[in-house]
Structure formats: structure tokens, C-alpha cells
Design a protein around this ligand. Structure first.
Ligand code: 16G
Length: 242
């Protein structure tokens, strides 16, 4: 067993095995082997099999039918399942060339709303980064990010490269996030920067992202131009849901 697989959780190894089986020999809506069979194939407990399947279901790769079993999902559905991406990755996947203009990098004391989301004491030190984000050289989004000071001291932010790339290099790889999406209208400052008329509609996505240990790493507010950006997500319904 390699060092890499020793440090992986057992359920991740089982999930990887099932992913390979699906890729090699199963199609959409085919049944996966039963829990018992998977326990035997991988020599693991029922709990481990369930954790592996829950992971694959989260990814949209499989779905459960209550009382029947687990089946392979449809590729177009999981292709649309929202992935946790950086602006850079998001734009590249949409066929745009991303770039940024840094508007502010500063050290600030966290106000209550920021402190709560980042798990800091009120007034705790954080780094604030405000950037205009461009796609093919045209404004796409206006973004304000707060990070705990020790995660990224302001002096160490590299304005030319992806924030998520820098966080990964520093040992704070973003793993999960909670997001809230709402409609906003743009004030003079935001509409000027985004190059749209004052009062235009826009989409704000607020994200609190955590690393693998579950520690909050960023609180970001990204305001996307309503005429250039849409947010797609796949939704599903388990049989038996009321
Ligand atoms: C996205 C994220 C934002 C993150 C940024 C990093 C959403 C809603 N927000 O804009 O939270 O800080 O990407 O981008 O997706 P970067 O790595 O390209 O600098």
C-alpha cells in the first residue's frame, strides 16, 4: 500500500473503487452491487460502504432508491452539479480568459458579521481583498473577501495569481463552502466598476468556505453582473421524498 493510500480514509478508497467500476463497466441507471456485496469486495464494514456511497451521491455520481438500492446517475445531471470552484476555474470552464484588477488589500478588524462567519473574536485581525474580476477583459464580478489574518497576511497576497491557488500552497486548501445567493441592485460605485447602468440588477453570492479540517478560511461576497452571469445547479428528488 502506498503512503498516499495509507493516509486516505477507508471510505475514500472504496469510493474510488466504485468510481472506477462505474467508469469501466456501468452505465446510467445501472444498479451498483448491494451493500453486502460491496462489504465483501472491499472487506470493509457497512458503515464504510455507506460513507463511500454518500460521498458518491454528494458528487451526483450515484443515487439511492429507497428500499431498492443504489444506481448510477445520469452524466448530464452530474455534469451540472455545482462544483466548488474559484473564479479562475469558473471562467475557464465557461470559455473566458479570467483576469483581475485589485481595488484594495488591507488589514482590518473583523466586524461582527465577518467575525462570526470566520470563527474569530469580534475585532480579530483579518485580511480584506477587494477585486474587480474580468472575463475576456470585461468586468464580470466585484468581489470582497475576508480571510483570518494568519491564513493570509496582507503583505503575502500575490495580486497576480489565483487566491485559491495561494491558499492551497499555504496549506489551507478550500474543501467545502456554504453559499447564499440573492438579487441586488447596483449602487453608483458598483455599477461604475462593473460598467453597467446605475441600479442594474445583479446576482450576489456570499460564500463561507472551510478547509479539510473544517476551519473557516474565507468569507467572500461576489457580485456578478446580471446580464453576463447565471448560476446553474442540478437538483434531485429521492423516491419517497414528501
Ligand atoms: C470565486 C469565489 C470566491 C473566491 C474566488 C477565488 C464564488 C461565489 N466565489 O469568486 O469565494 O474567493 O473565487 O478566486 O464562486 P481566484 O482563486 O480565482 O482568485
Amino acid at each position: 500500500m502506498s503512503t498516499a493510500s495509507k493516509t486516505r480514509h477507508k471510505y475514500e478508497i472504496v469510493a474510488a473503487g466504485i468510481r472506477a467500476t462505474i467508469a469501466d463497466s456501468l452505465g446510467p441507471n445501472d444498479a451498483l452491487p448491494s451493500e453486502r456485496e460491496l462489504m465483501e469486495i472491499y472487506n470493509v464494514s457497512r458503515m464504510t460502504v455507506r460513507a463511500a456511497i454518500a460521498r458518491l451521491a454528494d458528487e451526483g455520481l450515484v443515487y439511492n432508491v429507497h428500499g431498492s438500492g443504489t444506481y448510477v446517475g445520469s452524466p448530464d445531471l452530474f455534469a451540472k452539479a455545482p462544483k466548488l470552484t474559484s473564479f479562475t476555474e469558473d471562467m475557464v470552464s465557461r470559455g473566458y480568459a479570467p483576469s483581475s484588477r485589485v481595488l484594495e488589500v488591507s488589514r482590518v478588524a473583523a466586524v461582527a458579521a465577518v467575525a462570526t462567519r470566520l470563527g474569530l473574536a469580534p475585532g480579530g485581525e483579518c485580511t480584506k481583498i477587494r477585486r474587480l474580476r474580468l472575463a475576456d477583459g470585461n468586468p464580470m464580478a466585484l468581489e470582497t473577501v475576508f480571510l483570518p489574518g494568519e491564513v493570509l497576511p496582507m503583505e503575502e497576497f500575490d495580486a497576480k495569481s489565483s487566491l485559491y491557488g495561494q491558499l492551497t500552497d499555504r496549506g489551507y486548501e478550500i474543501h467545502r463552502a456554504e453559499q447564499e445567493i440573492h438579487a441586488v441592485t447596483l449602487d453608483e460605485d458598483a455599477s461604475g466598476l462593473l460598467a453597467v447602468p446605475l441600479g442594474s440588477a445583479a446576482l450576489e453570492i456570499d460564500r463561507v468556505a472551510v478547509d479539510r479540517r473544517g476551519h473557516p478560511v474565507e468569507y467572500a461576497r461576489t457580485i456578478y453582473r446580471g446580464d453576463r452571469y447565471s448560476f446553474q445547479m442540478a437538483v434531485s428528488r429521492e423516491s419517497g421524498d414528501k
